[in-house]
Design a protein around this ligand. Structure first.
Ligand SMILES: [Zn+2]
Ligand SMILES: [Zn+2]
Length: 246
């Protein structure tokens, strides 16, 4: 196709389906995924990372209390700046474009930090039926699907959530693990027995939800559970970025 014609078509398509920044939702040029403002403050987690908490090793302030259930935690981004806008948009504005972008980044990151690991299947933190119905989708499932597609691995639901729980973010650190205790169950133990599983979610704060999911997968026979989220909370005591405190 001649160049000016394809350019015209692109502009026509843009007029009808304007392209938006995958993080903040502002209008962007047709071939752009992330706007200049979000790109400028893209808080990538620097490698090497601490596999206990998912922070960059230099910034990690965790006390290396390794979970016996989750072999490792990793996330490509810190939950701040443009990334917190993107997670919000994916969760509450039903933006599949944001989930797709995060899924690609999660897959690329998994390849870097788990380079020699053979993963058998990708799965996600489930919601109850009612929670799913109310939101219309489960963002963790979307992330798992896009991550699996990039990694060319099967994605399967492996867990179900048995009860509704108080929102984790409304609780203190100690209450969080109690809140999710015994809440998940395996769909079918035969499906996970002996498998190395990549468990996906949107955000890790204390890690209580993912550890509880990993625990159930291990109890039901998975040989290893690696955790991967789109973002991880900033390490404690790390000075916050300007925008967050404003
Ligand atoms: Zn943006
Ligand atoms: Zn750490």
């Amino acid at each position: 196709m001649n160049r000016s014609l394809s350019d015209v078509l692109r502009r026509v398509r843009f007029a009808f389906y304007p392209r938006r920044c995958a993080l903040c939702g502002d209008l962007v040029e047709p071939q752009t995924e992330i706007c200049g403002r979000c790109m400028q403050d893209l808080p990538r987690v620097p490698q090497p990372i601490c596999f206990c908490c998912g922070s960059g090793k230099r910034e990690c302030t965790c006390e290396k209390h390794h979970s016996p259930y989750a072999a490792a935690f990793a996330a490509p981004f810190y939950y701040t700046g443009g990334i917190s806008r993107g997670i919000f948009r994916m969760k509450f504005r039903s933006s599949p474009q944001s989930a797709e972008m995060f899924g690609r980044e999660m897959a690329a990151f998994a390849r870097q930090v788990y380079p020699d690991v053979t993963i058998d299947l990708v799965t996600f933190v489930p919601m109850t039926r009612r929670e799913r119905r109310e939101r219309g989708y489960n963002q963790s499932e979307l992330l798992a699907r896009y991550t699996a597609r990039e990694l060319m691995l099967p994605m399967e639901p492996t867990l179900k959530k048995l009860y509704e729980t108080a929102r984790q973010r409304t609780l203190g650190k100690r209450e969080r693990s109690g809140n999710v205790l015994g809440v998940f169950e395996a769909v079918d133990p035969a499906q996970i027995r002996g498998k190395r599983i990549l468990l996906c979610d949107d955000l890790r704060t204390t890690g209580a939800t993912m550890i509880e999911c990993a625990k159930m997968l291990r109890i039901r026979g998975a040989c290893e559970v690696l955790c991967l989220t789109a973002a991880v909370g900033l390490p404690k005591d790390k000075p916050k970025k300007k925008e967050e405190s404003s």
